[in-house]
Design a protein around this ligand. Structure first.
Ligand code: HEM
Length: 511
């Protein structure tokens, strides 16, 4: 029976009286409305996307590699797509044009953050530059970052220190070389990056290359990075937040407290030193303590501790992961390694020392390698999810207030409409075009774009080039276990960053 005749007649085929008809009709409308609302398609102007199931939405569409699942879905539904991840409306951006609309045209409207549950660890979300909305407090933290850490002047002034840390990395590699031992490239780069930041900020090393020494800071940062990369049911179903069903916040609190305690210890020691006027060295901690002491209501000790927390979590694994992928690609493509080494040797032929930051601009192939690595292996494949502050119309669709915005830069990096031979590691492609990762070229935004662009871009740029340049200038590399370059496992796994499935273990040979 047709639905309309079913509601306008009874089983005796007598016409239904008006109040009964009205009652049934309005009940049906209510049920239909409820179903549509539950499934999240109440807004007919949402961008296209797969039809969501009630409650779970489109969660079943995601595999253990969500960046790949979303890339496949976007091929079907387009570069502006909407999904329902549990109860969360999610907009997926996968083309440069649309990315420009989000992070340029409507940048302010999309500058919010959807805050994941693990950001609540030690109340970090309440203070963090990475999670605060773009209000006064966030602007203040960005200003402090620019002024005291990341300005060209501050970076130029601190370049010797980074050079020292790279020399320590080379010493570690040399020890492995002498003992014919493989270097765990990612882990070593992690130690270097951690020490570059800790020496810059606190004038102390937080990590060692050997495994005998205590590594409590390093372990805590690694654990927090890992926790933050785990898909969390509470993010898809906020009703579960109080239960913390996977125990991620509980576990994270232990490590988060450890980090804050270490910062506290260092801050207290420094305050003592300052009061006895024995402090001679002016580092970032000193500069920020001056800001705190000037007016605690503007920048408090808690603001400062969480500022450090955010920098170490955001800055270490991203940088070391990129370095590991760059080395893996070069060992996998020996002819590219040779081209890179020749370029460096040519520049450094009259210079016995190490590559310095001032050499970077004279090493276009090395720069192209870092770009090509970030294109194929962006360590933050979705950027850090943004949030719409209000309803915004984009290309005729409505991105609703509070929607989570995911920009799939992994998919953009492998889109054959943007890059010829996208899966091939070809640094040369960047020699021919003027495309950079400074947030102006929307086909290539591994550091993001707009007001929430990565504030650590310039220090990461410098660290990556001098670490990679030095490792290939001073050593040749072969794989542990005599694995041939072409047989290397180049699989990635999903996490906060996109790490290698198999850590790169490579044996250095002195050139
Ligand atoms: C290869 C290295 C790195 C990459 C690829 C990278 C990438 C990113 C990306 C994609 C974002 C999010 C942008 C957005 O939301 O649109 C971000 C944010 C951030 N990054 Fe980085 N980053 C790197 C290194 C660093 C370093 C070394 C630091 C600091 C020492 C750092 C500190 C931050 C902070 C604090 C944020 C949050 C900014 C905010 O929300 O306002 N990053 N980064």
């Amino acid at each position: 029976m047709h639905i309309w005749s079913a509601i306008t007649t009874t089983h005796t085929h007598k016409p239904m009286d008006y109040p009964t008809f009205f009652h049934i009709f309005s009940s049906l409308l209510t049920i239909i409305y409820a179903l549509i609302t539950i499934s999240g398609r109440h807004n007919s102007r949402l961008p296209p996307g797969p039809y969501p199931f009630p409650v779970i939405g489109n969660l079943l569409k995601l595999s253990d590699k969500p960046h790949q699942s979303l890339a496949t879905l976007s091929k079907r539904y387009g570069p502006l797509m909407s999904l329902k991840l549990g109860s969360r409306t999610t907009i997926v951006v996968s083309s440069p044009d649309i990315a420009k609309e989000f992070f340029h045209t409507h940048d302010i409207s999309f500058s919010g953050r959807t805050v994941p549950d693990t950001a609540r660890i030690v109340d970090h979300d309440k203070y963090s530059i990475a999670w605060l909305p773009t209000g006064e407090q966030w602007r203040k933290l960005r200003r402090i970052g620019r002024e005291y850490l990341f300005s060209v002047q501050r970076l130029d002034d601190s370049q010797l220190l980074r050079g020292e840390k790279v020399q320590e990395l080379l010493n570690h590699v040399q020890r492995c070389c002498t003992n014919e031992k493989a270097v765990n490239i990612g882990a070593s780069a992690f130690t270097t990056t951690l020490n570059v930041l800790s020496k810059f900020i606190f004038s102390v090393d937080f990590a060692q290359y050997d495994t005998i020494s205590s590594q409590e800071f390093k372990e805590a940062v690694m654990a927090l990075v890992e926790l933050a990369g785990k898909p969390n049911l509470a993010d898809f179903f906020p009703i579960l937040k109080p239960l913390d069903p996977q125990g991620l916040v509980r576990k994270g609190n232990v490590y988060g407290k450890k980090l804050l305690t270490i910062f506290d210890r260092i801050i207290n020691q420094r305050l003592q030193l300052r009061s006895s006027s024995m402090s001679t060295n002016i580092d970032v901690l000193d500069l920020l303590l001056n800001v705190v002491q000037k007016d605690e209501s503007i920048f408090s000790r808690d603001d400062m501790r969480h500022f450090f927390y955010a920098l170490f979590i955001a800055g270490t694994d991203t940088t070391s992961g990129t370095l590991e992928w760059a080395m893996a690609e070069l060992i996998h493509n020996p002819e590219k390694m040779e081209t890179a080494r020749s370029e460096i040797i040519k520049l450094m032929q009259n210079n016995k020392g190490n590559i310095q930051e001032m050499h970077i601009s004279q090493l276009p192939y090395l720069q192209a390698i870092i770009k090509e690595t970030l294109r194929l292996h962006p360590p933050v494949p979705f950027l850090i999810p943004h949030q719409a502050l209000h309803d915004v119309e984009v290309q005729g669709f409505i991105v609703p207030k509070n929607a989570q915005i995911i920009c799939n830069i992994w998919a953009m990096g492998r889109d054959h409409n943007i890059w010829p031979n996208p899966k091939k590691f070809m640094p040369e492609r960047f020699l021919k075009v003027k495309i950079d990762y400074k947030g102006q070229d929307y086909e290539f935004i591994p550091f993001g774009a707009g007001r929430r662009i990565c504030p650590g871009l310039n220090i990461a740029h410098r660290m990556l080039h001098i670490m990679l340049g030095s490792l290939i200038h001073k050593f040749e590399w072969k794989l542990e276990g005599n694995i041939r370059a072409q047989d290397m496992d180049m699989e990635e796994k999903f996490g906060l960053t996109l790490p290698r499935k198999v850590p790169l273990m490579a044996i250095p040979i002195k050139v």
